[in-house]
Design a protein around this ligand. Structure first.
Ligand code: SF4
Ligand code: SF4
Length: 448
């Protein structure tokens, strides 16, 4: 650390923190990064929680000042700042408009790592051990899904089964009538001979957890599109990207997941050739692109992480209009009114907005309608909807109001968390419209 302030005792030596955060002036340590917030307040109106509560503790400026005071040792215990830190959506809207690119979401996360219990409690450790062992996790999820199909999810919940595994998010998700596929995505794709021996490797599909375990139809649509448009590709058989561990657990677990995926990609490159890594969940795509920040500059993994992240593409930026226009069935699209919800991790984290419109506008013409605040968070934000249900619900209501104001039949999104959240909101408040993943919409619009 170059600053005169070392991380104080609140930022304990036992907890692993990012060595540097990315700002407009390059990489900075935590104190120097948070010191770049000059309290101008320019970001306030972009922040969904501040817009809702109109209280500084729910604003980016307020959160940055709390983090700064924590690092300086002027607040005793991260718990004092708990409400402010816990209610940040980590959406990144503030950093996008901030002239100094103060990385508020990352700063909030570094402070959260110091909260008692964050990623350290017994239940979390059991859940982390289970989720990092894919075969065991698959079996447990299937058991949960079977219980639901047998009409027993409440019993399982009451028995403490979900709670024991700290999978309350899944327990809540069950109440949202989510798909509960008994065959997960890569189990189906693994049997498909088309993806086994590529003559010329054009793409590598990375299966995000939300697609793998819940919305399997999204992954199937993505892979069909990739195969039809670009030719041979393979399924990566990846680990979880590590985002859940990064947000809710420990940085070392996130690094370990990143390392496994980077090594796996190296093996594929050695066996076949370089090819873009394609994802259909913008949250995971954005996290894969941020892998280099998990490793210090002198870490031997850093260069590999930089190369890996340079190969990552969100499906929303990968497909170009020229690649798809000739396949489109315009008749099917003539009566459909569509709007786009710009998922936070596509828009704020990756700057993807125009790319989706460049593809959809020629297909839909005037039937593509823009909702107000299309890039405002829907309140899903990973597990936010489960950890802050009241705020999440209020943010969702605003999103559904914005959607219904343009009277669409279909709302397009690109993160699994948004699919889950907006589906619930539409069902309750505007059932005329359906939420659909970008890949599924394109697959339904073309002749494959
Ligand atoms: S985060 Fe950026 S925009 Fe917001 S108050 Fe600080 S300096 Fe201003
Ligand atoms: S990351 Fe989102 S919720 Fe958090 S302070 Fe920034 S704009 Fe507000």
């Amino acid at each position: 650390m170059n600053s005169k302030y070392e991380l104080n005792e609140l930022f304990s030596q036992e907890t692993v923190h990012l060595s540097a955060l990315i700002t407009a002036d390059g990489e900075k340590n935590i104190y120097d990064a948070v010191s770049r917030c000059l309290r101008c307040g320019y970001c306030e109106t972009s922040c969904p929680t501040y817009s809702l509560k109109l209280n500084e503790i729910y604003s980016p400026r307020g959160r940055n000042q709390l983090v700064r005071k924590l690092v300086e040792g002027k607040i005793k215990g991260a718990n004092t700042a708990y409400e402010s830190l816990k209610t940040c959506l980590l959406c990144g809207a503030c950093s996008e408009v901030c002239y100094g690119k103060v990385p508020t979401a990352d700063l909030v996360l570094e402070a959260r790592r110091e909260m008692p219990g964050h990623g350290k409690n017994f239940y979390y450790k059991i859940a982390a051990a289970v989720t990092s062992r894919k075969k065991i996790f698959n079996l447990i999820l299937k058991l949960l899904y079977l219980l639901k199909k047998a009409g027993l999810p409440k019993i399982a919940d009451k028995l403490g089964f979900f709670y024991f595994l700290n999978l309350r998010g899944i327990s809540e998700a069950q109440k949202k009538s989510l798909p509960t596929p008994l065959k997960f995505l890569t189990e189906t794709l693994d049997k498909d001979e088309r993806f086994k021996n590529p003559v010329k490797l054009s793409w590598i599909y990375f299966s995000p957890c939300g697609t793998e375990f819940i919305h399997t139809e999204v992954g199937k649509a993505t892979v069909e599109l990739l195969y039809k448009i670009y030719g041979d590709g393979i399924i990566m058989k990846n680990e979880c990207c590590g985002l859940t561990a990064y947000n809710y657990g420990s940085l070392s677990e996130a690094k370990s997941a990143a390392q496994k995926n980077i090594v796996l990609y190296d093996e594929i490159r050695t066996k076949f050739s370089d090819a873009p890594i394609i994802l259909d969940c913008s949250s995971c795509a954005a996290f894969l692109k941020s892998y280099p920040s998990l490793f210090a500059k002198d870490d031997p993994m850093r260069n590999k992480a930089e190369f890996f992240s340079s190969c990552v593409k969100d499906i929303t930026e990968f497909i170009k209009p020229i690649h798809i226009e000739h396949l489109v069935d315009f008749k099917r699209l003539s009566e459909i009114r569509v709007t786009i919800h710009d998922s936070c991790r596509a828009s704020h984290a990756q700057g993807i907005r125009k790319e989706i419109r460049d593809v959809l506008k020629p297909l839909l013409k005037d039937n593509l309608v823009e909702m107000p605040q299309s890039d405002h968070c829907c309140g899903g934000a990973g597990a936010f909807a489960f950890s802050n249900p009241d705020i999440s619900q209020d943010i969702l209501k605003k999103k559904i109001e914005n959607i219904s104001s343009v009277r669409p039949d279909i709302v397009i999104a690109s993160s699994t968390s948004c699919l889950i959240q907006i589906e619930t909101g539409l069902r309750e408040m505007y059932p005329k419209a359906k939420i659909m993943h970008y890949s599924v919409f394109l697959k339904n619009s073309v002749n494959l």
